[in-house]
Design a binder for this molecule. Structure first.
Ligand code: 13P
Ligand code: SF4
Length: 304
């Protein structure tokens, strides 16, 4: 029986222990969620962590495809997503039927899918990638013709780094698409000594103005560099919490106050507690899909 006099956070941590659970948290989550995490990271770090955890339960504080990836990798664990409506609009911009059709049109291309995709789309793909390893994964594919789904902007970014024929699916992240070149130009004028990092889900015109395009984990590491004192950050606002917490004395300037992913913000402390109490919503992948999706994810994990 949970003691109701305990604070919300204490109740979560107590129940977490009783359930033998781990709390995995994406870099865009609310600050108070990041603060109760066993691990905070990007999609690659989160899937690597899920793959090696010995817990019975994973509480996934992120969006659906991330919890689904954990369920693909850990079929014997209970994977909880504290709000089942926390989806990723980009992941839903391609269906497995659409991908099958496109594969028929491009029979000689290998399919690389961004991890921001459904399990059913991963199951139709040759290999998966995240923003942290996308260039490396595409380079690792023996074929010189690639169909990249669903993020056209990440796909375009990769195509500037590799010498392959690439076809893009017209998906995009609505949050990163809000970031405009003018936002960066204005801040560069205001902070002439600042470095600029953006996520590769940004538009090509935005990436062209940045010093680096990096995954959220890459941005966290970049901020630790000695020569970085002021950083203009072109990605979802949630990352600013961790950047400031881990780098006191440095200045972090978000590119746009509009860059908020409403789905990431659906997870709250109350929902984390409720989810551990009720042991739901559970994310599970049908075994036939899971095995094929796992092959694409395993190939990625073996490449990086
Ligand atoms: P990262 O893997 O870089 O954390 O990105 C995930 C994501 O959803 C970006 O919008
Ligand atoms: Fe999806 Fe964009 Fe939100 Fe990332 S920020 S989860 S890509 S909608």
């Amino acid at each position: 029986m949970i003691d109701k006099s305990l604070s919300l956070v204490e109740r979560i941590l107590k129940l977490k222990q009783e359930r033998n659970a781990v709390i995995l948290v994406h870099n865009y989550q609310l600050g108070e969620i990041q603060d109760i995490a066993d691990f905070v990271g990007d999609s690659l770090g989160l899937s690597q962590n899920a793959a090696k955890t010995k817990a019975d339960v994973i509480v996934f504080c992120g969006v659906h495809f991330m919890a689904e990836t954990a369920a693909i990798l850990c079929p014997d664990m209970t994977v909880l997503l504290p709000d089942r409506h926390a989806g990723c609009p980009m992941a839903n911009m391609i269906t497995p039927e659409q991908l099958r059709q496109k594969k028929k049109e491009l029979p000689s291309a290998s399919v690389v899918c961004y991890i921001n995709s459904t399990a059913a789309v991963k199951a139709e793909s040759d290999i998966c990638c995240t923003s942290a390893n996308a260039v490396k994964v595409v380079e690792s594919v023996a074929n010189d013709e690639i169909l990249f789904v669903p993020d056209q902007y990440l796909g375009h970014y990769i195509s500037t780094k590799v010498n392959k024929k690439m076809h893009f699916w017209p998906g995009y992240c609505p949050t990163h698409a809000r970031i405009q070149p003018q936002d960066i130009i204005r801040l560069k004028e205001e902070y002439p000594n600042a470095k600029v990092v953006v996520h590769p889900e940004c538009r090509p015109e935005v990436i062209a103005l940045a010093d680096e395009a990096l995954s959220t984990g890459g941005i966290i590491r970049y901020a630790q560099r000695e020569d970085v004192r002021e950083l203009i950050v072109g990605t979802e606002l949630g990352i600013i919490h961790r950047l400031r917490k881990e780098n006191p004395g440095k200045k972090f300037i978000p590119v746009s106050e509009q860059a908020v992913c409403p789905n990431m913000k659906l997870i709250t402390l109350e929902k984390v507690l409720w989810s551990l109490e009720e042991m739901r919503p559970v994310v599970k992948v049908p075994e036939r899909v899971r095995l094929r999706a796992k092959a694409a994810v395993d190939k990625m994990l073996a490449t990086v």
